[in-house]
Design a protein around this ligand. Structure first.
Ligand code: NAD
Length: 295
């Protein structure tokens, strides 16, 4: 069993840390929010007073933080992870952050002799609690194999996506598909309404035809055809508009810095930004159908 530092005990980090505790590890946690620390202690974890205290002597460090600037600070700032973790410790960043920051932190880690992977997740808070997350893992073969047992204790599927940064790349490419496809499905329902085509009939046709996709068959944005989709519970998330917008912005930043053409990704980011600015950031992202006239 290992001594694991877990930094960032929010909606995702806390249930992930609980699963590491259940697997028998010693988890020393730190978060800026006192209530998160109290919840970790209740689950049997050890509370640290700072990032440096948590990481001090840790064999494994897991971070689950909001954005690239937080990740860089937690690893690189004086007295933090790079200064305090055990020599050759394994570092796992599971936050969803920009590819450039992920690669910069991984390079700085390697220069100091640490093995590091970027391992963002899909599966949401439900998957974090149930231990069924999917991890997309960027890093060397060796770092991947060291990380695998810990990731398997927090998730069900672990995919090695390539070198440093490719975990983040996989995450934002996937979510760009999702953001665009949800808009496409929503537009189709809006058009069907105008044409007098019953929604259930469109679903019956498209779910078994070439329009079939996850946004239609699992997460249908209009109430009715898929009873478990958020449309049937007033668009309570699920996966919030603000989260989708964050990932679409990361995809746009990556497209700009790599020179990729992503015109539909750009349009999706603009539409979600408009929808969020109108006060809908807390709703499930499938609520975008309302702005497109289909609900
Ligand atoms: P959250 O805001 O609930 O948790 C982030 C935590 O980090 C907070 O508790 C905050 O206090 C803490 N934090 C910030 N700066 C810190 C610092 N310097 N030191 C210590 N703690 C610090 O967010 P979340 O929903 O848990 O998401 C975390 C990451 O996972 C994000 O990158 C998000 O995009 C990604 N993600 C979230 C979901 C989801 O459904 N919530 C799904 C997939 C991926």
């Amino acid at each position: 069993m290992s001594r694991i530092a877990f930094i960032g005990l929010g909606n995702m980090g806390l249930p992930m840390a609980r699963n590491l505790l259940k697997a028998g590890h010693t988890v020393v946690g730190f978060d800026l929010a006192p209530q998160s620390l109290a919840a970790l202690a209740e689950a049997g974890g050890v509370i640290a007073g700072s990032v440096g205290d948590a990481a001090s002597g840790a064999e494994v460090v897991v971070t689950m933080l909001p954005a690239g600037r937080h990740v860089r600070g937690v690893y690189e700032d004086a007295g933090n992870v790079f200064d305090t973790a055990a020599p050759a410790a394994l570092l796992i960043d599971s936050s969803t952050i920009d590819v450039d920051s992920a690669r910069a932190v991984a390079a700085a880690a390697a220069a100091r002799g640490f093995a590091m992977v970027d391992a963002p997740v899909s599966g949401g808070t439900g998957g974090a609690a149930a231990g069924t997350l999917t991890f997309m893992v960027g890093g060397s073969d060796e770092a991947m194999e060291r990380a695998r047992p810990y990731l398997s204790q927090m998730g069900k599927t672990v995919v090695h996506t390539g070198g440093p940064g490719t975990g983040q790349a996989a995450k934002i490419c996937n979510n760009m598909i999702l953001g665009i496809s949800m808009i496409a499905v929503s537009e189709a329902f809006a058009l069907a309404d105008k044409l007098g085509l019953d929604r259930q009939k469109l679903f019956d046709v498209s779910s078994t035809s070439s329009g079939q996709c996850w946004s239609l068959t699992t997460y249908c944005p209009v109430p009715g055809p898929v009873p478990t989709s958020p449309a049937n519970r007033d668009y309570a998330p699920g996966f919030a508009v603000d989260m989708m917008l964050k990932d679409l912005k990361l995809a746009q930043a990556a497209a700009a810095s790599s020179g990729a053409a992503t015109p539909l990704g750009a349009s999706a980011a603009a539409l979600y930004a408009l929808f969020a600015a109108a006060g809908n950031g807390h709703l499930d992202f499938s609520a975008i159908v309302k702005m497109l006239g289909g609900s």
